[in-house]
Design a protein around this ligand. Structure first.
Ligand SMILES: NCc1[nH]cc(CCC(=O)O)c1CC(=O)O
Length: 293
């Protein structure tokens, strides 16, 4: 299926419902019996699914890291003062602004081909993309450097794909049929990450990162919230039994709260409201930005 989200990605996506739109359209297809299941990049799936829908499986995670892509430079550290870096993710923007205040961050929208095209025609010195998307689409050679999660903490669910199903009345147990595709450690990790995101307002456009690794049943969960300029930032980490991912997510959220995460995000939310208003007037003038995870 080609969704409206695909067709209008470059123009007014934020106006018609943001990234959740892709998910919503496929949910409508399932509800109408035109599809039995939907495959999503989990990063784009809202924290709360509508009544009657469920995630049946989370597939083994691809590389969760952010990738540095450039034709002229090998890493963020090599970029000269004033170099333009493309990203529409508030999370990536705030992390870059905090570590490399001499760089200029400009919005970058569109599908992967569009974004790479804008880099290649010289609009940006470098762009930041999810490594998973580049690898899955057969473009791993475009990756010049992978950003260490310690420097650029991934978004909740980044690199994981999920299969969503709808409740049905024909007696077919899709949940059971799809269960073998579920990757337990990935499912535990993303459940903890999405819990953090849910605590701080779900799919709201805020600079929020949450990233968990699981090894031998033990989880290491890190999370961060920041202002878009990277000036204020709260970060926290916990370790514990991977079997209780929601509890670990809540623990990290509590640690972030103790560092005034709510205050940090509140300033973002008022800026987001302003950006939204700007987007609406820009739409009237013919173009509108849509932010990314
Ligand atoms: N923001 C959109 C989006 N949603 C999922 C991916 C890539 C695959 C993934 O992260 O799982 C991307 C592109 C990107 O962030 O560069």
């Amino acid at each position: 299926m080609s969704t409206k989200g695909d067709q209008i990605l470059d123009r007014t996506l934020s106006k018609v419902g943001g990234k959740g739109l892709f998910v919503k359209e496929l949910e409508v297809a399932m509800a109408e019996g035109r599809a039995d299941l939907a495959v999503h990049s989990l990063k784009d799936v809202p924290m709360e699914l509508p009544e009657g829908f469920a995630l049946a499986a989370v597939l083994e995670r691809e590389d969760p890291r952010d990738a540095f892509v450039s034709n002229d430079y090998a890493s963020l550290a090599e970029l000269p003062a004033g170099a333009v870096v493309g990203t529409s993710s508030l999370r990536r923007q705030s992390l870059i602004a905090a570590r490399y205040p001499h760089l200029v961050i400009k919005p970058l929208r569109g599908n992967l081909d569009t974004r790479l095209g804008k880099l290649d025609r010289g609009d940006y010195a470098a762009i930041i993309l999810a490594a998973a998307g580049l690898k899955r689409l057969g473009l791993p050679q475009r990756i010049r450097a992978l950003l260490d999660p310690a420097d650029s903490l991934p978004a909740a669910g980044q690199g994981a794909m999920a299969i969503e199903i709808a409740e049905r009345d024909d007696g077919i147990d899709l949940m059971a049929l799809l269960a073998p595709l579920n990757h337990e450690a990935t499912a535990q990790a993303v459940t903890a990450e999405r819990k953090v995101s849910k605590v701080f307002g779900g799919s709201c456009q805020v600079p929020l990162a949450a990233f968990a690794t699981v090894e031998d049943g033990q989880m290491h969960l890190r999370a961060m919230v920041a202002t878009p300029d990277g000036v204020r930032m709260a970060s926290a980490e916990v370790r514990g039994a991977a079997a209780d991912p929601e509890a670990l997510g809540q623990q990290v959220a509590d640690l972030l709260r103790a560092q005034d995460a709510v205050g940090i995000l509140a300033s973002c939310l008022s800026e987001a409201a302003q950006a939204d208003a700007d987007a609406r007037s820009a739409t009237l003038a013919g173009g509108a930005p849509a932010a990314d995870a």
